[in-house]
Design a protein. Sequence first.
Length: 751
Amino acid sequence: MRLSDVHGLAPLALAVILAIAFVPQAKAQETSSQSIERRVNEILRQMTLEEKVGQLNLVSHGPPLRWEDISEGKAGALLNFNSAPDVARAQALARQSRLKIPPLFGLDVLHGFRTQFPLPLGEAAAFSPRVSRLASEWAAKEAAYVGVNWTFAPMADLSRDSRWGRIVEGFGEDPYLGSVLTAARVEGFRQGGLAAAAKHFAGYGAPQGGRDYDTTYIPRAEMYDTYLPPFRAAVEAGSASFMAAFNALNGEPSTANPWLLTDILRKQWGFDGFVTSDWVGIGELINHGIAVDGAEAARKAILAGVDMDMMGLLYIKHLPDEVRAGRVPESVIDESVRRVLRTKFRMGLFDRPDMDPSRSDSAFPNPESRQMARAVARETFVLLQNRGDVLPVPASARSIAVIGPLADAPHDQMGPHAARGHKEDSVTVLEGIRRRAQGTGITVRHAPACDLFCRDTSGLPAALDAAKQSDFVIAVFGEPQELSGEAASRAHLELNGKQIDVLEELAKTGKPVALILLGGRPQVLGSVAERVPAILMAWYPGTEAGPALADVLFGDVSPSGKLPLTWPRATGQLPFYYNRLPTGRPTKPENRFTLQYIDEAITPLYPFGWGLSYTQFAYADAAMAQKQLDQGQVLEVSVSVKNTGAREGQEVVQLYTRDPVASRSRPLRELKAFEKIALKPGETKRVTLRVPVESLGFHLDDGTYLVEAGAIQVFVGGSSLAEPIGEAEITKTFRIPPMERRASASTSIAQ
């Protein structure tokens, strides 16, 4: 062989070596997403039709679940498995199945697992995505510790009607606040180890008459502008799944609504996770009157876009026959299974070891979780009024009377949907006050005055006697837990039972009275708002209610919560919300033929965004960086905020806008940005709030998003009563079709 031949082989040999070396490198370049899709398709090719449908079956612990269903591949997801031994047993059975597909373990983890944090509506009052993220992360950590990996939360339903009991599970009435907090909750759950299921898709929070499960009528443009933004924020934050709503929207049940589940969620927003029904929601299509039997209900739901049947057993009973009869294409089943498997791979379930059965939720609450629950709760309390600076409790007070049945109600302070919460873990309001008073020489007396629902007031004389013997009265009243949450709609929002009578009698003692309200919604206060000088809304504060409230009552921490919804004077004002449309006859007190009631003021008792502190804040020198805005630019507003009082405090700086002249009527004000800041006495901070010009528009009924040329009024302050600071001018009109908006993540939360 000639030397030149040897040399001639060198390039070829080198190429072969490089090619061999490149093979694993090329495989390594497969993205995580591509790897997941490849693995999903590999499993899907091996599945029988019955195994596919099994992945779409979500069954609860207990009957009708048979444990062998898990080993036979007939249960792709399980709910209400909240103990490590049960989770480990189910995982072991899943590994005995032919394809060894791990199940999802779902649970309603809304505001804590064992350690209870404030209910979501109370948490929303903190006006802090950091707080929402922290609370959700801690709830997820505890649930994941015993094997739960999926939560039926957050509830992204906006509601303007406090008669609806489930308002306590959401964020209130504003789409921007709701979008920010929904995203934060999804992120927090994921960081703590839980996949999220944003619910209830969609429009569930606007039922007729505030009646849970009743139908809703919402124009499509209003859906796009008001009710859908928090759900879209959930998609962009990475929610693994969605839950369809029970109710009908504009006559079409959400569980069989392709406009919601396919056109909006998947085509417009690009969501590629899965959708589950609510509890027996598919079977309820029969009650809705759009299906004659279970087979038709299953067919309509799967074709509309519901991938998983929660506790209905209709998919597993009927879908195989529906496919074989040609009424449901098997490709539809395949796509639903693909979404479920994709989610399980993204969660890492196939590669995760089984749960250690020795784990127990008794590991919580621990000192750190209690500290976090206490810190979160302190930020949620809203000081509604404080005439005469009654609060904080003055240092001169040497004796305190704690009056009311909810002062020592460890179960009720957790609120509804408390997962694995134990009342024995709760530190009550009474106990928190006693701990704070201990060692200070302050005497604490307690008298409930009435039973939990305040029907029997035989204890009132003892309560009045305790009040008269004390320097200061802390009254703890409101809604027992049973009066809030799912299936707890109320036609009358007045303080239930004889609470008003008791509070009026306490006021007559002449002692300074501070009312602490527990509950899941605004309550009609009537004469109490006039008779009681200080009122603090505490919602359902959770496990550490007592210490957190004591921190605020005694002035160790200033209250900083703001109302995430409008507080009515009367139930008859509902639905009631700040961002309403203008009317052709604006209210003029001297003119009967304008917008008003003849028997009640038209205004709220406390407006959206309202909340006092133990200090005062002054706003000054508000300015806009530029007043001419083109597409792609940002409305930038700066304002100086000064703490003019003698105590440290936090303030939520809020920016609102209004489009006063448009092609369709626009709200009087819309929250577009906010920031929570902490200020020491005398300290001033310059706060800059930014709003993309693309978020200053509105939708048409076909989903087109329109930003019109014209003046935009700007308001800045500490509530929805913020002061006007001027106008910004949008220089041209532009339209954004629904499909194009999907690419604009920077503006969607504000829309």
